[in-house]
Design a protein around this ligand. Structure first.
Ligand code: FAD
Length: 462
């Protein structure tokens, strides 16, 4: 569809900068420097870490080295779901740490959503935040079967606060074509990602943190960050590079950079919104294996994302979010399949970004004895989790044992990804399998395609 119409903008980091303009890197490092804490990467992880450290101990000298500009990565490109998901799910942690630890983890994630909203309000960051909850929907029989099983599992976790909705109740919230049911929970807010990350960078600077943009790190190690513009020596060094981590010396196989792509429509007409509803600002996803995620933006558009071309050979990343036309077309087709009322609408912008995927698909945060810390591997659920990571890293650096530092994701180490071409083949086959399973299910298969289960297991997701 959009191929014929064309896409007004492609890449340029993301649509979320269309209003403000893409920032130019400022305050490059100029020679060697010293600090107490040096953080690499000015996305949400790096900025939240700096924010809580600076608040807790204003005397700390905190420096952030950022290759491009604050918010250049996924933090300035994401789907704007500020949600309470535990990356990788709860079951792995139940096996490793027991149920009580997971209840605490879920409580912490629930509170994190509110914490981000509270800090945004306190710091005067207007990021179009509306807490309308999260709605996951089934659009075919196999998805409904998964949704029902998911609802039964969620019911075992009272602090997940999920509600099962039948087809009519789901359509009453958002009129999705052929919707068969949904699950909603309240612990999610719709945000404008770039406004949050740029506002947070300003807040951090106000607290006395130095952000050196245009300063790529080449090597991160105990006591020092070597950049192309000088070396920063620091007692603590924090790696907050998430989906870009594979580009650092010695890190090629730690977190796999998985691509996610998005499009945004032109603003919908009033009649189209009347047909669709979506008055509650819920974030929206389906239960496909290669799922889509969406939000109604503050200015009345639909932003919708999905996996696109999932992985580039050798862990390469996109150039400023440029997105293949084939992906734009696929997302456009998905949009009109879900919302026939927008057939023919213009696509104003398409972009992509990378998220970091550990071998077991579970996020981690930690600080080693040599003073090198890290957080990431959030897969597609980092918008809220980065805040929990930032608060946890601050506690670890300050030597505090707290509720946060005892959560089950702290200090986890996972094995590395396979060497190429195995890594490339594995991800290509995983998503080819998912796409084939989704097609079969859309054609009428009533149960989950067995190859999708097998792919989950082989990839380390299950
Ligand atoms: C398209 C897309 C949609 C998403 N949607 C959602 C969503 O709706 N909800 C959700 O919870 N999560 C979502 N995510 C994931 C979420 O955005 C990320 O988990 C989160 O933003 C990670 O923040 P971060 O600070 O760790 O990483 P990033 O924001 O990627 O920041 C890393 C920073 O490090 C910098 N950097 C990289 N290499 C170097 C170097 N060598 N030296 C110095 N700096 C360097 C980069 O320029 C970047 O600014 C999405 C991700 C993408 C790509």
């Amino acid at each position: 569809m959009s191929a014929e119409r064309g896409t007004a903008a492609n890449g340029q980091v993301s649509f979320w900068y269309a209003g403000s303009g893409v920032p130019l890197p400022a305050n490059q490092l100029d020679g060697d420097a010293a600090a107490d804490v040096c953080i690499v990467g000015a996305g949400y992880t790096g900025l939240w870490t700096a924010y809580y450290l600076a608040r807790a101990d204003p005397s700390l000298r905190i420096v952030i080295c950022e290759a491009e500009f604050a918010g250049y990565g996924a933090s300035g490109r994401n789907g704007g779901w500020l949600t309470n998901s535990i990356t990788g799910g709860r079951e792995g942690y139940v096996r490793s740490h027991g149920r009580e630890a997971v209840v605490r983890f879920q409580d912490a994630m629930n509170r994190t959503v509110q914490e981000v909203m509270d800090v945004a309000a306190a710091e005067g960051i207007d990021a179009d935040i509306v807490k309308g909850g999260e709605l996951n929907v089934a659009t075919n029989a196999a998805q409904l079967q998964r949704l029902t099983a998911y609802a039964e599992q969620e019911a075992q976790w009272p602090n997940a606060d999920t509600q099962f909705l039948d087809a009519a109740e789901t359509a009453g919230r958002i009129a999705i074509a052929g919707v068969k049911g949904g699950i909603w929970h309240p612990h999610c807010a719709r945000i404008q990602p770039a406004k949050l990350v740029r506002g947070l960078a300003d807040a951090v600077r106000r607290l006395g943190v130095t952000i050196h943009e245009g300063t790529p790190a080449v090597e991160i190690g105990p006591g020092a960050v070597r950049t192309t513009r000088g070396t920063v020596r620091a007692r603590y060094v924090i790696r907050a590079t998430e989906g870009f981590t594979a580009g650092l010396a010695g890190q090629r196989r730690s977190w796999l950079p998985l691509n996610s792509s998005m499009i945004v429509t032109e603003p919908l007409a009033a009649g189209q919104w009347e047909a669709i509803g979506w008055d509650g600002a819920e974030t929206l996803a389906d239960l496909a294996h290669a799922y889509i995620y969406a939000q109604r933006t503050a200015d009345g558009r639909i932003a919708i994302g999905g996996r696109g071309d999932p992985y580039k050979f050798g862990s390469r990343t996109d150039v400023d979010g440029h997105t293949p036309e084939k992906t734009v077309r696929a997302l456009g087709d998905m949009l009109t399949r879900l919302f026939p009322a927008v057939e023919g609408i213009g696509i104003d912008h398409a972009w992509s970004g990378v998220l970091g995927v550990p071998r077991d698909w579970h996020a981690t945060v930690g600080l080693a004895d040599d003073g090198v810390g890290w957080a990431g591997g959030y897969v597609g659920t980092g918008v809220a989790t980065t805040n929990l990571a930032g608060r946890t890293l601050a506690d670890l650096i300050l030597g505090r044992t707290t509720e946060l530092t005892t959560l089950p994701w702290v200090g986890r180490r996972v094995r590395k990804w396979e060497v190429e071409p195995l890594r490339w083949l594995a991800v290509k086959s995983l998503y080819a399998t998912y796409n084939a399973a989704d097609k079969a299910e859309n054609r009428g298969r009533t149960t989950t395609h067995p190859v999708a289960h097998a792919a989950d297991f082989i990839s380390g997701k299950a």
